[in-house]
Design a protein around this ligand. Structure first.
Ligand code: K1U
Ligand code: ZN
Length: 175
């Protein structure tokens, strides 16, 4: 397994649209394993293949829960060729972050519930209705697979302020 470099804005590769996976083969399973390792190291709760320079339509997500002993319990889930089949009219707002826009957060409004279909790392098909953070994260990651970033959902003013804060943080860090 390997920790892969995560692309950051304004890298134009973040704007490419990922292509459907024809077969969930060993190469895709290696990509998924590397993406989990990269996501846990970042750390993050999701990661799309586009963010590590791959055009496979794949993302990973782990919304860990807390066990009775207070220790985090992992729940790794891989999504291949994910599709939103239905989205609620009701919206919800979450203070989103993005590993490709480090340390910057903003409130994003999205459908509160979605019905989605995808293949897992064994090529088995799943269909499920998600709500709350899983629904938000799934939509954020599918956006990445379509070359869309969470800042694209903000007003121009809010986006400019956030990107200026990022530029200042990088300058202060000497990046
Ligand atoms: O896709 C990404 O850039 C990962 C992103 C996922 C995400 C976060 C919030 C709402 C929607 C999607 C992140 O994981 S940002 C980091 C983050 O949220 C986090 C990091 C450590 C602990 C808990 C959360
Ligand atoms: Zn992101």
């Amino acid at each position: 397994m390997a920790i892969l470099p995560i692309l950051e804005v304004p890298d134009p590769r973040l704007r490419r649209k990922a292509l459907p996976v024809a077969e969930v083969d060993a190469g895709i399973r290696t990509l998924i394993a590397d993406m989990f390792e990269t996501m846990y190291a970042a750390p993050g709760i999701g990661l799309a293949a586009v963010q590590v320079g791959s055009l496979a339509r794949v993302f990973v997500m782990d919304l860990q829960t807390e066990g009775e002993d207070g220790v985090a319990v992992r729940n790794p889930r891989a999504f291949v060729n994910p599709e939103v089949l239905w989205a609620s009219d009701e919206l919800s707002t979450y203070n989103e972050g993005c590993l490709s826009i480090p340390d910057q957060y903003a409130e994003v409004e999205r459908p509160a519930r979605v019905r989605a279909r995808w293949l897992d790392s064994d090529g088995v098909s799943h269909e499920e209705e998600l709500e709350g953070l899983p629904a938000t994260c799934l939509q954020h990651e599918i956006d990445h697979l379509d070359g869309v970033l969470f800042v694209d959902h903000l007003t121009r003013l809010k986006r400019d302020i956030l990107l200026r804060k990022l530029a200042k943080a990088r300058k202060d860090k000497g990046k």
